[in-house]
Design a protein around this ligand. Structure first.
Ligand code: ATP
Ligand code: MG
Length: 246
């Protein structure tokens, strides 16, 4: 697999919901093996952007390409294969409430691979260790704290050894210490597993700490982008976003 250059590309993407025009000619290139952060005010289309990458939403115009698959025209079969390679940490964590942590983390493996119970258990164990949640296998989601839920969801996201992980607000609602735990985890996974990550957040300190590339989504387009240093030095919408004015 080509690891140089562009993994995910948005090329002139438009997306509306009836009268709500969300994406209005959005262009963005997401590099292989990099952590790309998307910032932007509430409602600007960050979650919608992630949904285009997994093919839950489709562009009205323009193109979204994921590892060479054009999401507007990809076959159902290729889409299924592609989704197996994308781990997602949803905004709400979205664990299955009626399943234990073990069942949650093993869900994708059970659905999509021929792995035996023993193999699945071993993999679940390894993923829980990765997120420092070993010992929580038999707990139900309702018994977990917010930070534990995020980590369980992250274990589930990495269980299938994905090439991509999409994080929607991974630290929102967590206390500062747990924010550090989760951001360390994101960096560790990146380092160890060579994953291409896309992170949606409002959190500037997280952004500074983990991003290779930052894009500010504003009024339907990428209004500014660059390294964390470049983007903070820019005298434009970014400054207003950081100041809480957007
Ligand atoms: N399925 C849908 N049907 C109708 N409108 C939608 C749908 N999905 C998103 N929208 C609208 O699109 C806009 C962008 O939504 P999105 O969830 O991407 O925002 P966001 O940038 O993730 O915001 P937040 O930071 O609050 O999570 C919002 O106005 C939202 O109401
Ligand atoms: Mg959102």
């Amino acid at each position: 697999m080509a690891r140089d250059g562009v993994a995910i590309q948005f090329d002139g993407v438009y997306k509306s919901f009836e009268d709500t025009h969300v994406l209005k000619g959005m262009d963005l290139e997401i590099g292989w093996g990099k952590i790309t952060t998307i910032l932007g005010p509430s409602g600007c289309g960050k979650s919608v952007t992630l949904k285009h990458i997994i093919g839950i939403e489709r562009a009205d115009a323009g193109r979204v390409t994921v590892d060479g698959n054009e999401m507007g025209t990809v076959s159902e079969r290729d889409l299924v294969e592609l989704r197996k390679r994308i781990g997602v940490l949803f905004q709400s964590s979205a664990l299955f409430d009626s399943m234990t942590v073990r069942e949650n983390v093993g869900f994708g493996l059970r659905m999509h691979t021929g792995a035996s119970d023993a193999e699945i258990n071993e993999r679940v164990q390894a993923c829980l260790e990765e997120v420092e949640l070993h010992g929580a296998e038999e707990m139900m989601p309702v018994e977990l704290s917010g930070g534990m839920r995020k980590r369980a969801a992250l274990a589930r996201a990495i269980a299938m050894s994905p090439d991509f992980i999409l994080y929607d607000e991974p630290t929102t609602g967590l206390d500062p210490r747990t924010v550090n735990v989760v951001s360390d985890l994101i960096l560790k996974l990146q380092d160890r597993l060579d994953i291409t990550s896309v992170i949606v957040t409002h959190d500037m300190s997280l952004t500074r700490r983990i991003s290779d590339h930052v894009a500010l989504l504003y009024q339907g387009k990428v209004a500014a982008q660059g390294s964390p240093d470049e983007i903070e030095a820019a005298d434009n919408e970014v400054r207003r976003f950081i100041a809480g004015e957007l």
